[in-house]
Write a protein that binds this ligand. Structure first.
Ligand SMILES: [Zn+2]
Length: 200
């Protein structure tokens, strides 16, 4: 891989200006989903219109890292009935389970969608909330996530177009259907076993 430096030039094709020369400069580059900016990343700038035309491979990790940092904790403000449903599911899995297990249960399901074990389209439907009654005052959930878990949240949000709050609502809707209403008795057994392993 050729390492580029500030001031290096290269021919490129600009949508506006046709064949141009780009000059590599440090620039704030917007994330592809428009959720923020990666600061001071080396990028190829059109000499005519000053748009970013090329992002060299060496700059990609910086952009990816910034994106993960921009995700922050998984936070949602939800009607109390959602949180109660999540807690009901947690207590089914483990009567002694702590609030920490809320996060593990949500992440378990998030990973199932991220891996393709469950269909993303279903998640979009669940976010509508038809499966789950919304009542009570709003309560705030906030989970600190590992970098890998954050990457999965980002991935599923990008694929579905859901906000964090919608995503958490959808996951709780799924948990309610699978565990609280017991449509997936096997999944509940699997989670109980997993929980016992984690406590061992
Ligand atoms: Zn241009």
């Amino acid at each position: 891989m050729k390492i580029l430096h500030q001031g290096d030039t290269e021919p490129a094709l600009c949508d506006l200006d046709g064949r141009v020369t780009v000059t590599y400069r440090y620039r704030d580059v917007p994330f592809s989903d428009g959720s923020g900016m990666a600061r001071n990343v080396l990028a190829g700038i059109c000499d005519v219109c000053s748009e970013v035309l090329l992002v060299p491979p060496q700059s990609v990790p910086a952009i990816a890292a910034s994106r993960r940092r921009s995700t922050g904790p998984l936070e949602a403000s939800l009607p109390a009935s959602y949180v109660d449903t999540l807690d009901a599911a947690v207590s089914l899995v483990d009567t002694e389970a702590s609030k920490e297990f809320r996060k593990r249960l949500l992440m378990y399901y998030l990973h199932r969608y991220a891996r393709g074990d469950e269909a993303m389209a279903e998640l979009v439907g669940l976010a509508g909330g038809a499966e789950q009654s919304a009542s009570g005052p709003n309560r705030r959930l906030s989970f600190k996530l590992s970098e890998q878990a954050n990457a999965n949240v980002d991935y599923v949000m990008n694929e579905t177009g859901l906000s964090k709050t919608q995503l958490v609502k959808a996951l709780i809707g799924k948990i309610a259907a699978d565990l609280v209403r017991r449509t997936k008795a096997r999944r509940l057994q699997e989670l109980i076993a997993l929980c016992e392993v984690m406590k061992a």
